[in-house]
Design a protein around this ligand. Structure first.
Ligand code: ZN
Length: 136
């Protein structure tokens, strides 16, 4: 594994569940002037991402109703789906979460839409907000 200087925790991206990327994107790109960046689709969702400073905003549009984002929209409507924090030490952070009694959804990190290792924390432990942790 490559050794890098610690970067500190930052907000990597905010994931927003939308019914239509086509309808939602013009505010971010046309009006707010944010640049699109390519991101691969993930978990049955089409993803459009824009760069907002050091963070991304990801619009998550369900490809099907029976996907995680499709179910989220059916239950709660469009809105903020999750917040992703990039951390220096994902495995160490997950271990700290477990020791603190925080429910971890992904016991073993998996590869997320940005091609980085990620793991989700359960909203029941994080004030109702789905939290994603990722490596820088
Ligand atoms: Zn995410």
């Amino acid at each position: 594994m490559q050794q890098e200087a610690p970067k500190g925790t930052r907000i990597a991206h905010i994931g927003i569940a939308v019914k239509s990327i086509t309808a939602s994107l013009p505010l971010l790109t046309g009006i707010l002037g944010l640049e699109k960046t390519e991101i691969s689709d993930s978990d049955g969702a089409r993803i459009a991402a824009v760069v907002a400073g050091d963070s991304l905003v990801e619009l998550l549009e369900p490809a099907q109703d029976d996907t995680p984002i499709g179910k989220f929209i059916a239950k709660r409507g469009p809105g903020i789906h999750h917040i992703c924090f990039a951390v220096d030490d994902l495995d160490g952070t997950l271990e700290k979460c477990r020791q603190a009694g925080i429910r971890v959804i992904d016991e073993v990190p998996r590869i997320g839409a940005e091609g980085k290792r990620i793991a989700f924390l359960h909203p029941s432990s994080t004030e109702g907000i789905l939290v994603e942790l990722s490596e820088h």
